[in-house]
Design a protein around this ligand. Sequence first.
Ligand code: MN
Length: 228
Amino acid sequence: MTDTLFPQPPSPIIPVKGLPGFPVARIFCVGRNYAAHAAEMGHQVDREAPFYFTKSAHAVLPSGQDMPYPPRTADLHHEMELVVAIGAEAREISQADAMDAVFGYGCGLDMTRRDLQARAKEKRRPWDTGKDFENAAIIAPITRKEDVGPLGGLKIQLRVNDLVVQDALLSDMVWSVREIIADLSTLYTLQPGDLIMTGTPAGVGPVTRGDVLHGTIGDLDPVRTHIV
Ligand code: MN
């Protein structure tokens, strides 16, 4: 073992039902992947090509834990999303083969400091401080793809304090999981451990301390957190 100056930061591990945990490598996120959400943010979807941003593995908060309200924001937003867990290397993979790279699926929350993101957009600066910060990627346990039926018919919903605020079908996605993986694999060599957050439906909004978030997609394990 190589000596290090301080302990190597641990890779977050997401539970998988009946199997060892899924160690997280990179987190890719798709922007504007539901037309109604793009519209609520004042944009149209771009059918030319999907676009991406990233979060670091250090942004992961396992579902079920409290999320401390983060610093330097007064407008923390929820974005409920389908998370795709990659289980095999994929580089320039075809759409026909793209699903071979999938290990499984989970529910996730792309937590966003919307005020910082808005300021960055205005000044044409990167989104990192709005999107990639501690506890900003809340990830539920992963279900193997073999145990999940066809995705398109599944309902994606988020409840804040028992009130449904986001409600759509996965078939509402502009870019399907297959298309996203094929495209992303032309930019990066996808590796086991990578996660893809596939974008949020309409209904994003602010949360405050005391709120309880509960997100579901079909029969996948729900994602939960309590803002403190
Ligand atoms: Mn998002």
